[in-house]
Ligand binder design. Structure first.
Ligand code: ATP
Ligand code: PAF
Ligand code: BAL
Length: 408
């Protein structure tokens, strides 16, 4: 948790204009329509104003007062300067399409660090070939705008001309290309087919196939791999993640512990912030919520309602035997999920609950039917659901969780 004293850094305002370092094909987008990952950006141009057609288009990008680096080398040059100046660096890895949940992580980083780096990279390695890599929202201009607004709100004093200086603490965006993150000396394009991949990949055994991992078997391999790369490149003192992706956070803490990462500085430096929710109905904010139709949106809270019902059962059964409490928690959550799915179906909205699971917060092992202490050190009640507007509608995959009897 952040202490007040840690939050007391004086943040500095930079008046410099946007500089997209190493960026070429950034293009303004006004909707969430899909853009192929390869089109997002490429290679080596050094200045925003370079006279290529694609760069001219990119002048419509909001004028951000922090640099946007697309190459590892350019980013490292900046990072070395920050190091020399003795600045602490907080890091918020994202896949873009920023919402208030992401911004809550940025705010936490601003409060604890001199400089904050945000990465925006839709990581192909964590998407199975059947998943939504191509359709994933890519909204760089509005992401920059959101960060700029946030920074302007938190700026407290004018900056120096230091090259690692920041605007309200937001110092840099790292938005690399796929080839920058997955270099290919043999010239082969990155493949999402794990069996055909060549090169170094990172796995966290025992944690990567539970819960979400059962439903997305190669997901955490992709996350651990990209976060290893990002941690090496950004070299943050602290990194910020959301509870919404609780398994990811737990697995990354274990990765940092087991592989002796110096940056972030140990598992506790992997900060986990509470899930930001829609203030109206509690739906967990998620970039994928943009896929929901207007008609489906009110039903998207089915999972959260189910988890809340499970949480209430957990709290009511404090005196029960471990297994009784576990069973009742799951029974209630699944019952409400079923009721919510039936209610949605009456209105033509299809909800498929992929799993509702109760797991140990350290081993991530399932507590269901287990002979252990039935959640004495707390439990994660989590789930995933597909929601579809009509039989031919596009499916939106939602996840959510509540923490029972422990905090991150
Ligand atoms: N509602 C939220 N509250 C707090 N943190 C969040 C929330 N949603 C996402 N995050 C965190 O933001 C970081 C980047 O997540 P990501 O860019 O994948 O966004 P997302 O909304 O989770 O997208 P997706 O639709 O892919 O699940 C992760 O650490 C994630 O846990
Ligand atoms: C951590 C992450 C940025 C890695 O791609 C992603 O899994 C996410 O956004 O949660
Ligand atoms: N935050 C989770 C990213 C993903 O679903 O790929």
């Amino acid at each position: 948790m952040l202490s007040r004293s840690q939050a007391a850094f004086r943040l500095r305002l930079s008046a410099s204009r946007v500089s997209i370092v190493g960026a070429a094909r950034l293009r303004p987008r006004t909707s969430l329509a899909p853009v192929p990952a390869s089109q997002f950006h490429s290679s080596t141009r050094r200045h925003f104003t370079a006279p290529s057609a694609t760069l001219r288009q990119s002048q419509e990008l909001p004028k951000a007062p922090f640099p946007i680096f697309t190459t590892v080398n350019d980013f490292r040059t900046w990072r070395k300067k920050a190091e020399k100046e003795g600045k602490t660096v907080g890091f918020v890895p994202t896949m873009g399409a920023l919402h208030d949940g992401h911004l809550s992580l940025v705010k936490a980083s601003l409060a604890e660090n001199d400089l904050t780096v945000v990465s925006i990279f839709v990581n192909p390695a964590q998407f199975a070939p059947t998943e939504d890599l191509a359709a994933y929202p890519r909204t760089l201009p509005s992401d920059i705008e959101a960060l700029e607004k946030l920074a302007a709100g938190s700026a407290t004093s004018p900056s120096s001309s230091s090259s690692s200086s920041s605007h309200g603490g937001i110092a840099a965006i790292f938005a690399p290309t796929v080839t920058e993150m997955y270099p290919s000396p043999d010239g082969k394009a990155f493949t999402q087919h794990v069996a055909d991949q060549v090169g170094a990949f990172v796995e966290v055994h025992g944690l990567q196939h539970e819960m979400e991992g059962a439903s997305r078997p190669t997901f955490f391999r992709g996350v651990a791999t990209v976060c290893t790369k990002l941690f090496h490149i950004v070299a943050p003192h602290r990194a910020y993640f959301g509870q919404k992706d609780i398994q990811q956070a737990i697995l990354l803490r274990r990765l940092v512990l087991d592989l002796c990462f110096a940056h972030p500085e140990g598992p506790e430096a992997v900060r986990v912030l509470p899930t930001s929710r829609d203030p109206g109905d509690g739906l967990a904010l998620s970039s994928r919520n943009a896929y929901l139709t207007q008609k489906a949106r009110p039903y998207a809270t089915a999972l959260y309602k189910a988890l809340q019902a499970g949480q209430a059962a957990w709290e009511q059964h404090v005196q029960g035997q471990g297994q009784e409490r576990v069973a009742e928690t799951l029974r209630r959550a699944r019952e409400v999920a079923q009721q919510e799915a039936e209610r949605a179906a009456e209105d033509g909205i299809q909800i498929d609950v992929l799993y509702i699971s109760l797991n140990d917060p350290i081993s991530l092992g399932s507590l269901e039917g287990a002979t252990g202490d039935g959640g004495k050190r707390g439990a994660i009640l989590s789930g995933a659901a597909m929601i579809k507007d009509g039989p031919d509608g596009r499916a939106t995959r939602l996840i959510d969780n509540v923490l029972l009897g422990f905090a991150m």
